[in-house]
Design a protein around this ligand. Sequence first.
Ligand code: EPU
Length: 337
Amino acid sequence: MTPTKNISLKPFHSFGCDVNATYFTTIKSSHEIELAIDWCKKNDKPFLVLGSGTNMLFTKQVEALVLKMEIKGIQKTNETASEVYLSVGAGENWHHFVSYCVHKGWGGVENLSLIPGTVGAAPIQNIGAYGVEVKETIETITAYDTIANKWVSLNKLDSDFGYRNSLFKREKNRFIITKVDFCLQKQPKLRTDYGAIREVLHQKKIQNPSLEDVSNAIVFIRTQKLPDPKMLGNAGSFFKNPTVSINQFELLKNKYENIMAFPISDTEYKLAAGWLIEHSGWKGVKKGNIGCYEKQALVIVNYGNGTGQEILDFSAEIIQSVFQKFEVVLEREVNVI
Ligand code: EPU
């Protein structure tokens, strides 16, 4: 294996910042992972796995071997009267996989339509949208454990999924995911309870929606609210929705009666970070090349040649001002490198 040296990562991530990787190679098979890890060990270099780079913020030269995951393929491995089991290569485009399932009439991932990224990246931060998280459909994950130097097959419990979190995110750079196995439903129960979905279906006068109707409604909602990374550099939600105790929520609610939040347990609430950022005055604010998106304050956009450091600094200002106003600490959802 001979990696390419000093390659610009600009075309390989959705913020479009011009940073170089010291070493770069594409990965098209499991065997190529073993070769790449071997190369890293022999040359004493770290590695960094890249899917389609839609959740990455590169703030400086990446002094590592970048492994651009391109393992493809969607295979049916089993089927029952009610379920279908699929094994999917980590390098498949996520929305392509969702569209494939919707087209076949297999339910479970339709609410995750149009989420940018690859199948292999989906479990890492347990992608979620419109009341569904990817963990619900995942059966097993095949990965190379670079600490134990062996292939592992991890199930849902092993993967320890949480809100935008998993074992793979906590133990950063330990596992290289090559394949994700899903279980989908042949007679799916559609999840249309999220307000925005109901509204779109109502507007379109759809009373008994199909999988395709739900997927189309979500594509419609997302394209209205979220910028297309091909047109405007961004990484979707830049921050996580913060969790606060019920006491802190009640104090906030007394002061800001319209605050957007929902209970997640008997003792905790999740606050809408977009609302906090908007009500700290940031929505639509532009500073140089960087801005807070005018239609969804949770998204930071790169209007041109902004650097990763400028984006990081801009996000730090948002964190500080949300803290000053609400005493709530926002955590970044993107991977800062
Ligand atoms: N809100 C505002 N101002 C804003 C943005 C949102 O007041 O600028 C309020 C909205 O009115 C709404 C609430 O915040 O009542 C929630 O907004 P929205 O439904 O847009 O969802 P979100 O919590 O901002 C999360 C995910 C998104 C996902 C949507 C839909 C996180 C960090 N983000 O956003 O995921 O698409 O729910 O389910 O959990 C992503 O992770 O990249 C992503 C886009």
